[in-house]
Write a protein that binds this ligand. Structure first.
Ligand SMILES: [Zn+2]
Ligand SMILES: [Zn+2]
Length: 362
């Protein structure tokens, strides 16, 4: 897929201009507004957004709100672009630099950060970048310091915007044992499940199952190398579907990417003795899940969740993107102008697209 290549800044870097931004007034009430250009504070930079991508979290927030994002709120957090203004004291970056960024960064100083548990830093979500579906976005100082990276010119802006969701999947797989020679089942063929598939295939598992629903997602899973694609709308019993293909043993590693309580339980039940179940898709907060502890004990299973990502995972995700060795562009169904926002999110709600690239300048 070839996206339009952008050359240089759209506007002369001046302040007090007006820009377009998508924002959520309330659940299911997405609007576009014109506001003044953001102005960088000390240590901050302004990025002219050239590529933004939609995310499962955006869709969930749109449908039912999000405890972390009180409304009205600017919308979108996956982006890349070109620096258009520098705050006081920023000396490592220049106006005109092409950049890619994660929307969060840990403090680097608390007791969890000092133990290397950067993803659990209590202030990691503070100052989260929201408003990537806009012509310009302000990157806070702590993110400039830890999770803002130069974008190589050969890397497309929309692919560069995938650094954050890919970092989530990279971090999840860093927490798993080596997958080479093992059977791996991925449950949920959304963008995150597909990223897990790409990363897992890189490690040459003996067999990779993708369990999901809705074309074109399943078609894509097939195209990018799943050995077996199971349509959960047809084969509704996930455990049976995996067991019947593994001589009743289960998959050595199951990566759950749907965030559905029932699927969490089924994923554990579909895991082979001595295996690992990674509960990757977060359930709604407060959810109680009746896990089969008898099986977990008898089969010596390791069942665990992971949250967010570390700066190390961001760096690794960037390496993957820059190297071009993962077919990440495949998850972007199409690039559409931001003015199509209504249709874009209707399509995503209906599962007609995996992920969209959003061009805020159209
Ligand atoms: Zn995301
Ligand atoms: Zn910290």
């Amino acid at each position: 897929m070839l996206w339009r290549k952008a050359e240089g800044l759209r506007e002369e870097p001046k302040q007090n201009r007006v820009m377009r931004q998508l924002y959520l007034q309330a659940p299911n009430d997405l609007r576009m507004r014109e506001i003044e250009d953001p102005i960088p504070g000390p240590g901050e930079v302004i990025v002219e957004v050239r590529g933004a991508t939609t995310c499962g979290t955006d869709l969930k927030t749109l449908l039912r709100g999000h405890p972390k994002f009180p409304m009205p709120t600017p919308f979108g957090h996956e982006f890349s672009g070109i620096i258009s203004a520098l705050g006081e004291g920023v000396t490592d970056w220049e106006v005109g630099a092409e950049v890619m960024s994660a929307p969060t960064a840990p403090c680097g100083e608390c007791h969890l950060c000092r133990r290397g548990l950067y993803n659990l830093c209590p202030t990691c979500m503070d100052g989260l970048i929201l408003g990537a579906f806009a012509q310009k976005v302000r990157v806070p100082a702590h993110i400039v310091k830890r999770n803002l990276y130069p974008k190589p010119r050969h890397l497309d802006f929309f692919e560069a915007a995938l650094m954050e969701p890919l970092a989530c999947a990279v971090y999840g797989q860093q927490c798993l044992p080596v997958l080479q020679g093992k059977s791996v089942a991925i449950v949920g063929a959304g963008p995150i499940g597909l990223f897990h598939q790409m990363l897992a295939l890189n490690q040459r598992p003996s067999h990779l199952f993708m369990i999901g629903r809705r074309e074109p997602r399943l078609e894509l899973a097939r195209e990018i190398g799943a050995d077996d694609v199971i349509d959960s709308a047809v084969e509704t019993d996930l455990v049976e579907a995996v067991m019947s293909r593994t001589a009743g043993v289960g998959a050595d590693v199951v990566i759950e990417c749907t965030g559905q309580p029932q699927v969490w339980v089924e994923s554990v039940r579909a895991t082979a003795p001595g295996g690992q179940t990674l509960l990757f898709g977060g359930c709604k907060s407060g959810t109680q899940v009746p896990l089969p502890f008898d099986l977990m004990w008898k089969r010596h299973l390791t069942v665990f969740g992971v949250f967010h990502f570390t700066p190390e995972a961001v760096a690794e995700a960037r390496e993957h993107l820059c190297s071009g060795r993962l077919p990440v562009e495949q998850v972007i169904t199409d690039v559409r102008p931001m003015t199509d926002y209504h249709e874009i999110f209707e399509d995503l709600k209906a599962g007609r697209a995996v992920k969209y690239g959003i061009d805020p300048w159209n």
